[in-house]
Write a protein that binds this ligand. Sequence first.
Ligand SMILES: [Zn+2]
Length: 265
Amino acid sequence: MRLNAQAAARSGLRQLGIADHGPAMRWGLGVESLETFETIRRDIRDINEVSGTYRGLSVLLGCEANIIDFEGNLDIPPWLQNDLDVVLAGFHVQIRPRSLTQGMRYLVDRALSGMSSYVAKRERIRNTDVVTAALINNKIDILTHPGLRINIDTAELAKVSVQTGTLLEINCHHDDAMLAFVKVAARCGARFVISSDAHNPDQIGQYERGLEVARKAGLCGEQIMNVIAKGEDPEPKLARFRPSTHLTGSAKKRSDMSKDLHEYK
Ligand SMILES: [Zn+2]
């Protein structure tokens, strides 16, 4: 945690979000159990309490939850969604699904969709329904890498994200089809965050690819919630993600924050 905080402070970030994958992620990529969040919470509290050491940085406790069934349920319960500072959620293929039958149906359709336009259409409708149900039925602050490697109706998803107040991530790792996605979503009124999706301290603060996508899509500062335009007051945008469970006196001091980007992941 200290290495992450040091890297964030060095990059001039004002907030750093720590968002481990939820427990349904396979191959040891997710947290072992929900108790792990308590360990992370303690680490974060230690960092925030000596915030001066990290140039006023405040660290947020989050999770990148997994959508685990066709009904749009997540692998973290509602009480934890309310308890975290920021909830991210993603549609990942490499998870343990809640129902084996649904998991098999998903994988079979996915395999067949390249051969059958009928299956592809059915898969697209279902993917869209699943993700929009997740937004409606959960407290999701940020949807991660929307549409990445899944067939989805971007316009429909973006419209629902506006209704639920969910931000869509511009992911600096997975930018394959990001530009086309952002253009469509922005036309529907969606709002965004740019995330480095850092998986080690060296990657924290690396936003260039995401910024490039935002520039090419013609986004302005008001559409990206973790970018502050020159001269803009940062507080209204940041209020949504202010740490609630471990806010300390030192963490409140934001006046020495120097740069214009924040990190949520
Ligand atoms: Zn992800």
